[in-house]
Design a protein around this ligand. Structure first.
Ligand code: C2E
Ligand code: CA
Ligand code: CA
Ligand code: CA
Length: 278
């Protein structure tokens, strides 16, 4: 029984019941982790369903702790948020992802867009727009190859979000709404925000073959996105039946274990031709 509970859940449970002592420790360790280069990025391909090709990857941060081993971002990102470390960590993630995208290009891969998750703390960062611009210049990545992912709940908590997103769009980058449909927000922001892409959360896709309500919701999102001229990425695709449904519904991109787990930059490069020609 216990072996079926994912490791991260067990860790999370023990972490919560330990009260704050362990948490404070983790917070201290997080600060050292950046200087000690314990973070790295994995990348998960997003496959264009029309062409079958990888046109973009999502960067996902990883923390290899010297004694705890792998610590899930679902655990440490919230702590990084609360402690303010998300600002330097977020900058490192953005810079590393952009520089990697440029490295792949220099290695001869076709241009690939890299999607980078933003945290809410970064949206409050005064110099966010300047920082993005400066990183693009320094890493020599053309802006259209960077996509920033924000969530609905983040947008609800920021007053100046419309202006901020317009400023980011003005640089020439893309903006995606992550975990779409899980934020309990009204849909009205879709007409105000300069958004390029919706990412349908895995929660809706998971039971698509068995649940007619989920089917109806996903179909609705796909047709709405089409009318609004937004691209759609379906997340967490694990089964061919899910894939078939999405192809049928004219979804643009899929991302999920069925095609590839998040992998290292080297694996993206090494497997590119194989993956690309599948
Ligand atoms: P997210 O942005 O929604 O990222 C997608 C998560 O789903 C990733 O988990 C990915 O590994 C996982 N996933 C992808 N395909 C499948 C699938 O087919 N099945 C299942 N079961 N899972 C799949 P990961 O890497 O553990 O990240 C969890 C969350 O942590 C992310 O959710 C995001 O909210 C946060 N996160 C990860 N990396 C970063 C980062 O660089 N910056 C920030 N701010 N947050 C990050
Ligand atoms: Ca994401
Ligand atoms: Ca997501
Ligand atoms: Ca998520």
């Amino acid at each position: 029984e216990a072996s079926q509970i994912p490791q991260r859940v067990l860790f999370y449970k023990s972490f919560m019941s330990n009260g704050s002592a362990d948490r404070i420790l983790i917070e201290q360790e997080l600060h050292k982790a950046l200087a000690n280069e314990e973070f790295y990025l994995d990348f998960q391909p997003q496959v264009n369903l029309k062409t079958g090709k990888i046109e973009s990857v999502e960067a996902l941060v990883r923390w290899r702790h010297p004694t705890r081993g792998f610590v899930s971002p679902e655990l440490f990102i919230p702590i990084a948020e609360e402690s303010g470390l998300i600002i330097p960590l977020g900058k490192w993630i953005l810079e590393t992802a952009c520089s990697q995208a440029n490295t792949w290009k220099e290695q001869g891969l076709p241009p690939m867009k890299v999607a980078v998750n933003l945290s809410i703390g970064q949206l409050f960062q005064q110099d966010l727009v300047y920082m993005v611009q400066e990183i693009l210049q320094r890493t020599k990545l053309e802006p259209q190859y960077l996509q920033l992912e924000i969530t609905e709940s983040m947008t609800m908590n920021i007053d100046h979000i419309t202006q901020l997103l317009h400023e980011l769009k003005a640089i020439g980058i893309q903006i995606a709404v992550d975990d779409f449909g899980t934020g309990y927000s009204s849909l009205s922001y879709l007409k105000d925000f300069p958004i390029d892409c919706l990412k349908i959360d895995r929660a809706f896709v998971r039971n698509i073959q068995h649940n007619t309500n989920d089917e109806a919701l996903v179909s609705m999102i796909l047709s709405m996105a089409k009318h609004l001229r937004l691209k759609v990425v379906a997340e967490g695709i694990e089964e061919v039946e899910q894939l078939a449904f999405l192809i049928n519904g004219d979804c643009d991109y899929i991302q999920g274990y069925l095609f590839s787990k998040p992998v290292s930059a080297e694996q993206i490069f090494n497997n590119f031709n194989e993956l690309h020609n599948r």
